[in-house]
Structures are given as structure tokens and as C-alpha cells.
Design a protein around this ligand. Structure first.
Ligand SMILES: [Fe+2]
Ligand SMILES: [Fe+2]
Length: 164
């Protein structure tokens, strides 16, 4: 059985993952408004992945016989100055989420809740991937600088995500 403390913390992470989904969907809409269809597609796929993360917490809570308590999802920003600004925020957001997952894993260890610790391992690994991919794109955007050609090339490349 999950402790009340762990139940509360896992519900909070469910909410944080739902916010991540909302944040990236908002970035997708912001890119769409600029006709950056590839960046929009990439963020659309990312938003779906984050919702799948939220569902992993949902399913785990149910599996452990705990209560799922859905909280309000905070309003994300509506617009970014461009892809470089959005990906800078993405890197910062993923670093924040990594710190949250680490804290959750610390709690699982402190509570000797090995099932939850093992469940969280997947997220520990996933955050390494998420930070790496966000950093790679942010760095390439820095290299692209003010080159429209480079930006449109990246738009084309990122648009392939989720399309086989
Ligand atoms: Fe996530
Ligand atoms: Fe993420």
C-alpha cells in the first residue's frame, strides 16, 4: 500500500506532467501561428508524450489501490518570441521536472517504498533523454542564429517527428 505522503506526491507529479503537456501544446500553437509547421508538429508529439507520462502516474496510483485526485492545470504562457525562446524554456522546464522526479525518488527511498522507486526509475531515465533532446535542439537553434534558411531547414527536420 502507498503511504499518504507518496500518494500525494505522485498525484502532484501527475499534475506536473499534465502541465508539461499543456505547456508544449501551447508552444505548438505558438509555432502554428508563425507557420512553423515542423516545430509545431514536434511540440504536438511532445505534448502527447507528456500526457502519456501523466497517465503512467494515473495508472500506477490505481494499480496500487490509491486515490487519483485531479487538480487544476495551471495556464501556460501563450506565446514565445520564436523557436529559440521556446526551446530555452523547454530546457529549463525539463531541468525542473528532473529535479521533481529526483525528489520523488528520494521520497520513495526514504519511505522504503521499493515498488515506487522502481516505477520512478523509468522517469529518471526518460528525463536524461528529454533533457538531451531539448538541449540538442536549443543548441542547434543558437547555431542557426538569425539565418532564416537554417531555421526553415530545422523546421523541415523536426516536422518528421511522429511521422514514421
Ligand atoms: Fe514528462
Ligand atoms: Fe518532459
Amino acid at each position: 500500500m502507498l503511504s499518504k505522503k507518496m500518494e500525494k506526491a505522485l498525484n502532484e507529479q501527475l499534475n506536473a506532467e499534465a502541465y508539461s503537456s499543456y505547456l508544449y501544446l501551447s508552444m505548438s500553437a505558438s509555432f502554428s501561428a508563425r507557420n512553423l509547421k515542423g516545430f509545431a508538429q514536434w511540440m504536438n508529439v511532445q505534448a502527447k508524450e507528456e500526457f502519456a507520462h501523466a497517465m503512467k502516474f494515473y495508472d500506477y496510483l490505481i494499480l496500487r489501490g490509491a486515490r487519483v485526485t485531479l487538480q487544476g492545470v495551471a495556464q501556460p504562457p501563450a506565446d514565445w518570441a520564436g523557436p529559440a525562446a521556446a526551446f530555452k524554456d523547454t530546457v529549463a522546464h525539463e531541468e525542473k521536472v528532473t529535479a521533481m522526479i529526483d525528489k520523488l525518488a528520494d521520497l520513495a527511498v526514504a519511505e522504503k517504498d521499493h515498488a515506487s522507486r522502481e516505477f520512478l526509475d523509468w522517469f529518471v531515465k526518460e528525463q536524461v533523454e528529454e533533457e538531451a533532446q531539448a538541449n540538442e535542439i536549443a543548441q542547434r537553434l543558437n547555431l542557426a542564429g538569425s539565418s532564416t534558411g537554417a531555421l526553415l531547414f530545422m523546421d523541415h527536420e523536426l516536422g518528421k517527428r511522429g511521422k514514421g
